[in-house]
Design a protein around this ligand. Sequence first.
Ligand SMILES: O=P(O)(O)O[C@H]1O[C@H](CO)[C@@H](O)[C@H]1O
Ligand SMILES: O=c1cc[nH]c(=O)[nH]1
Length: 236
Amino acid sequence: MTTHIGAEKGEIAEKILLPGDPLRAKYIAENFLDDPVCYNEVRGMYGYTGTYKGERISVQGTGMGVPSISIYVNELIEGYGVKQLIRVGSCGALQNDVKVRDVILASTSTTDSQMNRMVFGGIDFAPAADFNLLKNAYEAGTEKGLKLRVGNVFTSDSFYRDNAMDLFKQLADYNVLAVEMETTALYTLAAKHGCQALSVLTVSDHILTGEETTSEERQTTFNEMIEVALEAAIQE
Ligand SMILES: O=P(O)(O)O[C@H]1O[C@H](CO)[C@@H](O)[C@H]1O
Ligand SMILES: O=c1cc[nH]c(=O)[nH]1
């Protein structure tokens, strides 16, 4: 057991999906994994292990934001030997040609979080997705007929930010596709520990137009994102 995860050693697979919402972890386990077993309920942050197409896969809620996902990623890697981590999250679109329900693969991330500047003594580390995972996810999505977007996402410490529009427009001018709250931490910690990481994100709302998905639409698109992530996970 680690501080925030109640699993015994060996109960968590080397490959794991990481939704922010613990109920999304439960949904993924119950609808996509065979024989799922719940290994964690500490803080209601559900974690399950099952199989997908015969391969052992876990899914663990991370909570929202850099501090929360950092706790789970650290404990999963250092405490349980997890090697491959795929975030399955939601995000807000920053580009006119990125639409609600689109699925984005984050090749890198920009951030307002101080985490990396603290760690690297003020320099800007460039967090990057694992290329093989990114390639596998892109191919899996393309085979399913999805038009995946690949690019830079903004990992923000703030969901409710005063006067956010100027910053969002500037980021859009610099080709940042969307905003979310965890990818920078995931990629940086994975790099530190020699693990593979990728964020697969569904656009749940549009920052520029205010458009939002209905809960039913979110469900359908989340399913596509989850399938892309699972198919990427089981490739070599
Ligand atoms: O849907 P999840 O994975 O939680 O991701 C997004 O949703 C939360 C904000 O509502 C943040 O965690 C953000 O990154
Ligand atoms: O606008 C959004 C949507 C999802 N997640 C975020 O962090 N922001």
